[in-house]
Design a protein around this ligand. Structure first.
Ligand code: MEV
Length: 304
């Protein structure tokens, strides 16, 4: 029986701009999805969504991974159990984490000899197949962990301050938000294109600050990035409520993370910061998760 886990991620800077080739900084967070598998007579997939066989509606990511692994090695059956601490569909990379953890679990269990690069690429193909469109960011960061400059795939120094995620508990469609930004960009190119490239530039300036571990300056720039995300139409009243509540309680910086429109925001806090920011998020109607950056991408948890 093999168990592997993979992390979720936040965007420190650069969501949406990255769709147009601009740079982004992403950070793997210590909130993980674990996948446990053992050989079996048939395919069984078990999660909070239910217990199924190959099922492209209920378990699309895991079913597609099994299909792709079967092209590498013959698999008669496998029993898979998924257990995740990541809220689903809220911009923290939950689908990438389950995809990457499943690939690595089956890689160990059936001796597929996939490298980390193979895993990231296969994960991206699976996400693209399931979602129609996907950026390779989530699957790459979930595979390698740490803080990564995208699309350069350059590793930065690990972020050592505290991270608080605020979940608005409202859903949003990444596909729709990306399409809205595209429409806005087409309608007002002379305004929107410079905003997107300013966001990209922020990632370049932010890289130096992250590497100098100057989280006050990183936080200041995150606040500016939030304003620009609002300007391109991906904010929401719930997101701004949590962002401003976090800042008022002393967050170093706070912004939307992911596609926006709903989903999650992220705040940086002093390493020995208290629960103040998390409590302010809860008092403003959100769910709060206190976490930290992790250097661990996909890892083998146990092989017995
Ligand atoms: C969504 O988590 C991030 C976006 O930049 C889309 C993408 O990069 O695929 C909005």
């Amino acid at each position: 029986m093999v168990t592997c886990s993979a992390p979720g991620k936040i965007y420190v800077f650069g969501e949406h701009a990255v769709v147009y080739g601009e740079s982004a900084i992403c950070c793997a967070i210590d909130i993980r999805t674990r996948v446990n598998a053992e050989p079996s007579e048939s395919v069984e997939i078990e999660s909070v969504l239910g217990k199924t066989g190959i099922d492209y509606d209920i378990h699309p990511y895991v079913s597609n991974v099994i299909e792709r692994i079967r092209e590498i090695v013959p698999i008669k059956g496998v029993s898979i159990k998924i257990d995740s601490d990541l809220p689903v569909g809220s911009g923290l990379g939950s689908s990438a984490a389950v995809t990457i953890a499943t690939i690595q679990t089956l890689n160990y269990l059936f001796g597929c000899k996939l490298s980390l690069e193979d895993i990231a690429n296969l994960g991206y193909e699976v996400e693209r197949k399931v979602q129609g469109a996907a950026s390779p960011t989530d699957t790459y960061v979930s595979t390698v962990g740490g803080v990564v400059m995208i699309p350069e795939r350059r590793k930065l120094k690990l972020i050592e301050c505290g991270i608080v995620i605020g979940d608005t508990k409202t859903f949003s469609s990444t596909k729709k938000l990306v399409a809205n930004v595209a429409e806005l960009r087409e309608s007002y190119p002379e305004i929107i294109i410079p905003l997107l490239s300013t966001i990209g530039e922020m990632s370049h300036i932010g890289e130096e600050m992250v590497n100098k571990r100057d989280y006050t300056l990183v936080g200041n720039l995150m606040n500016v990035n939030h304003g620009l995300l609002d300007a391109i139409g991906v904010g929401s009243p719930e997101l701004s409520l949590l962002v401003y509540a976090a800042r008022k309680k002393g967050a170093l910086g706070a912004k939307i993370t992911g596609a926006g429109g709903g989903g999650c925001m992220v705040a940086l806090i002093d390493v020995d910061g208290n629960r103040g920011v998390a409590d302010a998020i809860i008092d403003s109607g959100g769910n709060a998760i206190i976490t930290k950056a992790t250097e661990h991408g996909v890892i083998l948890e146990s092989d017995i």
